[in-house]
Design a protein around this ligand. Structure first.
Ligand code: G3I
Length: 342
């Protein structure tokens, strides 16, 4: 196991971790490269020193794991709550970090007042338009980019439109509408389409490419594609496939960000899995940095202490760059090494 730059390998319980040594860390390596490394944030954890200090030291971008979604931001029609998101944005400002907006339109995290109401197509369009306008106005000038639409393509074959309140009420045009309304609301922020499971080669990434190409052809204002990257060691894209996908999106004039990376492994963790996990992070960082349109690598959480994985994938966890004690894992060093190489 390699801990290059850290010097010492320590054994903590069953898990091998790298202790801090000479390196000045991920954020510094990213800054030297002009690159963004980010983490999904739960604003209520910012009060914890270990969480806040790791976040500010190691990352230069934040994204709200949940706090900017529809349900928390518009808990009643026309009534908005930005408490958590504002705390995160203030933390980012205080520490010189960029902020991604996540997300304006999704089929999940919708409030009951919306999904249990009885709305005409026009009313649903009005609600969506009002939501986009109000939320974007609140954060205007503070964000780098917004995930305008999240996961509009079904999770399984044949990768048609994802069933959702918006699809049912408005039809598939809701995607184009949302981007046009977003551009009206803020002409400066970058507008992203964010998708899961279509990172490398295959039918899902082809469906994603087709969707965003259609948008470009129709003149819909879209600036980038988020490739989420919730993967396992066995089902991670190769450097070649990921790089080719990033490249073809670039040829459409689109930026890419790796928006939600985690690599779940069986728990309790085995050292061999930590090494294999590091290889996946290394490959993704390499593919991203090999393409000038790939602007950021963001992990879906700060450390293994707080991650959505154990609740949704029982038997798996330990998916991030830091362990539950905020110690850097081999995956951390792998990303630092890629950022430092030319
Ligand atoms: O906040 C409520 C709390 O009041 C309530 O008591 C509790 C009871 O279950 O639920 C809490 O809400 C949970 C929320 O996370 C905040 O912790 C929801 O149940 C839970 O479904 C929600 O899960 C989030 C999920 O998106 C759905 O919004 C995960 O934390 C979050 O990691 C996950 O993130 C998504 C991305 O947005 C899009 N891509 C996939 C990714 C993973 O699913």
């Amino acid at each position: 196991m390699s801990c290059r730059g850290f010097g010492i390998l320590v054994l903590a319980g069953a898990a091998a971790v790298c202790s801090f040594g000479q390196t000045d860390g991920l954020r510094a390596a990213a800054r030297r490269r002009g690159f963004l490394v980010g983490a999904a944030v739960n604003p209520s954890l910012l009060a914890q020193d270990a969480y806040a200090s790791a976040l500010a030291r190691e990352f230069n971008l934040v994204v709200a794991e949940n706090a900017m979604k529809f349900a928390p931001t518009e808990p009643a029609r026309g009534e908005f709550n930005f408490d958590g998101a504002d705390r995160m944005a203030e933390f980012a400002r205080a520490h010189g970090m960029k902020v991604r907006g996540h997300n304006l339109v999704w089929h999940q995290s919708l409030p009951k007042w919306l999904t249990e109401g009885s709305w005409s197509r026009e009313e649903a369009m009005q609600i969506l338009h009002d939501h986009i306008r109000a939320v974007m106005a609140h954060f205007k000038g503070k964000l780098l980019c917004w995930d305008v639409v999240n996961e509009a393509i079904a999770y399984g074959q044949p990768f048609g439109p994802q069933k959702s309140f918006w699809l049912e009420k408005i039809g598939p045009e809701y995607v184009d509408m949302a981007f046009r309304w977003a551009r009206e609301a803020d002409p400066d922020v970058k507008l992203y389409y964010n998708e899961t499971g279509g990172e490398g080669a295959g039918a899902k990434s082809d469906a994603t490419y087709k969707l965003v190409k259609g948008m470009r052809d129709r003149g819909v204002p879209i600036d980038g594609v988020g490739l989420q990257m919730h993967v396992t060691v066995q089902r991670a894209p190769t450097v070649e496939a990921l790089s080719a996908n990033i490249k073809r999106l670039g040829k459409l004039g689109l930026e890419v960000q790796i928006t939600e990376m985690d690599v779940r492994i069986p728990v309790p963790v085995a050292d061999t899995d930590l090494i294999a996990q590091a290889d996946v992070y290394r490959n993704v960082a390499r593919a991203c940095l090999a393409n000038s349109n790939c602007k950021a690598l963001i992990t879906w959480g700060v450390s293994d202490a707080h991650s959505w994985i154990p609740a949704k994938h029982p038997g798996f966890g330990a998916a991030l760059l830091f362990d539950a004690e905020y110690r850097p894992k081999p995956a951390y060093q792998a990303v630092v090494d890629v950022l430092g190489s030319r």
